[in-house]
Design a protein around this ligand. Structure first.
Ligand code: ADP
Ligand code: MG
Length: 249
């Protein structure tokens, strides 16, 4: 790739109680690309996303955003720069409406200091941005619905919508399609495809149909090590990847 990466990690590692969750991983993400991150359970994928998002401090290595070192920045500071993420485990406020969830996400990404949430829905600017997101994600009819009452697929949709508040340059998505069934996956695949032009996306995903439909490049983590990063067509042919992940012996 010739363009400068929008996000670049060099030699990052993370240990838990002395055991490496991932080790010496170098990975970059470019403008307009979707990079799929695959690998067996426990490979260190979620930990890597946490390190990129700034939720987990790395034990070694550096992370840069558009060439600027952000290794020591916490997640909220990275989010303000334009590095946003969704969680593998739902991070919605189940007891609040869809509208309030969106409002809170917009408020966080606006860089406001946290305000008492009841005041949030009286801010027209925030409300307009929240409704914009709802429109893009087909959630207008669900605005008054409690997030906890949404169908699983709609929850995942809302989570991606919340991650997009603030129009981030980088979107880190940890298994957004988990458990939503084939129909939901097709819909979310279409949605992610439409987001590629505006956001560089790192997508952790097990559904290989979605991976091959969306990915410009594929990275493979196995036992905490990056064993492949490159062309999606080549990943099918790579011996190490087949042994580790695609089920061949
Ligand atoms: P993946 O997302 O690829 O399934 P994870 O990054 O969740 O993998 O986990 C990688 C390894 O790190 C696993 O062995 C897991 O048990 C361990 N691990 C992850 N998070 C923690 C944590 N907070 N404390 C201790 N060990 C953890
Ligand atoms: Mg995970």
């Amino acid at each position: 790739m010739s363009s400068r990466p929008v996000l670049e990690a060099v030699g990052i590692s993370k240990r838990f109680a002395g055991v490496y969750a991932n080790r010496d991983v170098s990975i970059d993400l470019h403008e307009g690309e979707l990079l799929a991150l695959i690998g067996p359970n426990g490979a260190g994928k979620s930990t890597l996303v946490n390190q990129l998002a700034g939720e987990t401090a790395s034990d070694a290595g550096t992370v840069a955003f558009r060439g600027e070192d952000i290794t020591r920045l916490k997640s909220h500071a990275r989010a303000r720069l334009g590095v946003s993420r969704s969680f593998q485990v739902s991070a919605l406020f189940d007891g609040l409406t869809v509208e309030h969830n969106l409002l809170l996400a917009v408020q966080v990404h606006e860089g406001h200091s946290f305000r008492f949430w009841k005041a949030v829905d009286r801010d027209d600017g925030l409300l307009e941005k929240a409704h914009d997101l709802a429109r893009r994600f087909d959630l207008m009819d669900d605005l008054p619905t409690l997030a906890g009452a949404l169908a699983h697929g709609e929850k995942r949709q809302l989570e991606v919508a919340m991650a997009l508040a603030g129009d981030p340059a980088v979107l880190l998505l940890d298994e957004p399609m988990a458990g939503i069934g084939p129909g939901g996956s097709v819909e979310l695949t279409r949605l992610l495809d439409s987001l590629k032009a505006r956001h560089a996306i790192l997508l952790i995903e097990h559904d290989m149909d979605a991976v091959f439909a969306l990915a410009d490049r594929v990275a493979v983590l196995d036992g905490g090590e990056l064993i492949f990063c490159g062309d999606p067509q080549e990943v099918r042919r790579d011996e190490g990847v087949r042994r580790a992940y695609l089920g061949d012996t």
